[in-house]
Write a protein that binds this ligand. Structure first.
Ligand SMILES: [Zn+2]
Ligand SMILES: [Zn+2]
Length: 265
């Protein structure tokens, strides 16, 4: 099979990849992958994703941002963090292709919603200023996330990564003009609602991801996830959408290239 797949969301800087990161990247290349977007969650990891993009040029790309579960900062620290992230983007234009992951997460209760909201809105502003697409993390916070994007997301586009909503939420996100990305959890036997949502996404708005090292697809569930495993997710997406596997991979790759402007690099 000749594929040119892109894993639009991974965290290959995690120490769980320290022993064999080169092999993980080689396995992805051998499986036909042409790119992986690594996603930062705070200043330290945003610096790491840029390092990875420099180490694997043209293959690894970077997204920098402050994850909602890491946003419990006072005003001064938040402004300092955002200034650092902004300088990362400006100084590493060839590596940084998106801003994120940012958003709201009400599953973990560590950070009060209003604190998350402040960091989220400020980062949407920053993404607009930097002219970068946005990677959204939304967990158990659909109505607030969609509201913030409606209010503060004008002029922006991006992707709801690891989409975890229902058909209704998929339609609302699509109505805003954004992309939806599916991860390994769409392959889980109980994820019927996710597979229903995957069916309503137009071909030009669908992305593929792993969220490595998390959410390994059903066939390898329980293992550390890695980009090459996204092919299992692609198979299920192709099946439920009644498309050929190659067609699904081609369209998700074209969408990633367009959203993250990879051809301009
Ligand atoms: Zn996330
Ligand atoms: Zn992530």
């Amino acid at each position: 099979m000749t594929v040119a797949a892109i894993d639009s969301h991974a965290h290959l800087y995690f120490d769980r990849f320290d022993e064999d990161r080169d092999q993980v990247i080689n396995r992805a290349k051998e499986a036909g992958f042409t790119g992986v977007i690594n996603i930062g969650i705070d200043v330290e990891t945003s610096s790491k994703v840029i390092d990875l993009a420099k180490k694997y040029p043209g293959f690894c790309h970077a997204a920098v941002g402050l994850h909602p579960t890491h946003s419990n900062l006072d005003e001064e620290d938040l402004m300092q963090t955002l200034a650092t992230l902004e300088s990362f983007c400006i100084e590493n234009k060839n590596e940084v292709v998106a801003f994120g992951e940012i958003g709201l997460d009400y599953y973990w209760k560590d950070v009060p919603p209003e604190i998350q909201d402040r960091a989220f809105r400020k980062q949407l502003e920053l993404a607009r200023k930097l002219d970068l697409p946005v990677v959204i993390h939304c967990r158990d916070a659909w109505s607030d996330t969609l509201e913030v994007i409606s209010e503060a997301g004008h002029g922006l586009t991006g992707v709801f990564h690891c989409f975890g909503g229902k058909v209704e939420e998929a339609r609302r996100a699509l109505d805003l003009g954004w992309y939806l990305s599916f991860a390994g959890n769409v392959t889980y036997p109980k994820a019927e609602e996710l597979r229903e949502a995957a069916q309503v996404v137009p071909s030009d708005r669908l992305l593929l991801e792993t969220d490595s090292p998390f959410l390994a697809p059903q066939q390898v569930r329980g293992k550390r996830n890695e980009p090459a495993f996204a092919l299992h997710t692609a198979e299920i997406l192709a099946k439920v959408r009644k498309e050929g596997l190659n067609q699904l991979i081609e369209t998700t790759t074209a969408n990633s290239r367009k959203l993250f402007r990879l051809s301009e690099i």
